[in-house]
Write a protein that binds this ligand. Structure first.
Ligand code: NI
Length: 195
């Protein structure tokens, strides 16, 4: 069997990877298949679409308001990151909208998710939806979630990916934000990409 074409393909792949790892300023998630159209429900019960954020940088995070630890900490760092950016570059910060999307629509009503989001800053948007809408948007962002433990228990936990995506004004992915680290780390990363 002739393996030359396979090797050529591998070589081309290696070249591509080498180009990506050079210290260029191209966004880490450039070209990644992350994001896309969505229709969800905002705190006031109205439909909110991805196109409502056209022209804005968006920080998209999936979680749930009953999360005992990770979600509130990550969201606090995201909120703090935008506030720190606002001190150094108010114009840039005004173009950033953090969006919290619930992966627990059974408990996260529009009102509940709106109140939760407001804890982390005036500009933070909380969204929920039907289970089908949430499944669709989570899939487009490669976010995974599932119910933990007894499915009949009222105070169940959800396991879920904790990823903060920075999306551009055109809705395309730019980078992951270090929401698990600190507000300053988020602000520093935002400063690299938000123009
Ligand atoms: Ni969580």
């Amino acid at each position: 069997m002739n393996q030359a074409p396979f090797r050529t393909a591998l070589f081309a792949l290696a070249l591509g990877l080498a180009a990506c790892s050079q210290p260029s300023q191209s966004p880490p998630l450039e070209g990644a298949r992350i994001g896309g159209p969505f229709a969800l429900t905002g705190a006031d019960g109205r439909t909110v679409r991805d196109t409502d954020f056209a022209g804005k940088y968006r920080i998209v995070y999936f979680g749930y308001t009953y999360c005992p630890d990770v979600c509130p900490v990550d969201m606090a760092n995201i909120g703090q990151g935008v506030k720190l950016l606002a001190k150094s570059d108010p114009d840039a910060a005004s173009r950033v909208v953090p969006i919290f999307i619930s992966i627990d629509p059974a408990r996260d009503t529009p009102e509940v998710v709106g109140k939760f989001a407001a804890n982390f800053g005036d500009t933070v948007v909380g969204l929920t939806g039907t289970p089908e809408q949430i499944a669709a948007v989570a899939k487009s962002y490669a976010a995974i979630y599932s119910k933990e433990g007894d499915p009949k228990a009222k105070d169940y936990l959800m396991s879920h990916t904790n990823i903060a995506y920075l999306m551009g004004p055109d809705g395309k992915p730019i980078a992951l934000l270090p929401a698990e680290q600190s507000g300053q780390a988020v602000a520093d990363e935002l400063g690299k990409w938000v123009k």
